[in-house]
Design a binder for this molecule. Sequence first.
Ligand code: INI
Length: 156
Amino acid sequence: MNVIEGIVVAPNARVAIAIARFNHFINGSLLDGTVDTLKRIGQVKDENITVVWVPGAYELPLAVSTLADSKKYDAIVALGTVIRGGTAHFEFVAGECSTGLSSVAARTALPVAFGVLTTENIEQAIERAGTKAGNKGAEAALTALEMINVLQSIKA
Ligand code: INI
């Protein structure tokens, strides 16, 4: 039996982070968690991390698609926060963001980690951005690191 599993250390990896400015207060904490995990756990070098800011979560798929097509990165982490309001806007922004990001991963065969919070309210977002429910940015970074190594092992 052959079993392929990815480790989470990737010292030569080049990682792009695409991050939305909308809900910056929350997203900044997601970014801190992502960068800390990439460097401290993944051993990714500071110069191999690129951060790209976009207006909102709706714009993340286009930025991630362009980053993927540049062929400069081994994985991309998408960060944002979509908080439900009183209208259907949430569904469109969150839906297009999530569908768009998974389409990029499937089209380009590049790991795209989904670090986008989709919450009912701001409290739930704060809980998931480095307080009592962990940091989804850090979790997304771990996913990116593991997928970089899994894909490398599959191809080896
Ligand atoms: N963008 C977000 O990242 N989060 C939100 O909660 C949000 N809401 O609720 O409106 C949001 N809207 C902006 C959207 O992402 C686009 O930037 C905008 O529609 C322009 O294309």
